[in-house]
Design a binder for this molecule. Structure first.
Ligand code: ZN
Length: 113
């Protein structure tokens, strides 16, 4: 019975892209929409905007929505004029926040670091 429930299947995997901190740092700024960059998918709820408002106050002019984060292959395509992914992504800060939240949720403990 178990052998029919768990057949061995070859899974296709892809290489995980290498993303360095210096690469991520390129995405810690507002989008340059005149060249086609897009804002974070979280819009006005972007973490970059929230952090500036906590630091400088809700009326600060220093708050901004960060540009969307692109993996290196996506960024290469964008620079080569092959466009952006069809679905807008979160910025690097919102992505990292979500990943930490998802990791904590998957471990079912609010105190795991
Ligand atoms: Zn964001």
């Amino acid at each position: 019975m178990l052998s029919t429930m768990f057949e061995k299947v070859a899974l296709q995997t892809t290489e995980l892209p290498v993303v360095t901190k210096s690469y991520e740092d390129k995405f810690l700024s507002p989008p340059c929409e005149s060249i086609g960059e897009r804002p974070c998918a979280n819009g006005d709820r972007c973490l970059a905007r929230f952090i500036a408002q906590v630091r400088y106050g809700t009326d600060t002019d220093k708050a901004f929505v960060c540009k969307e984060f692109l993996l290196p292959s996506q960024y290469d395509d964008f620079k080569a004029g092959r466009g952006l992914p069809s679905r807008r992504a979160k910025c690097v800060m919102c992505s990292r926040y979500f990943q930490v939240h998802a990791t904590r949720f998957s471990r079912r403990s609010p105190c795991v670091y």
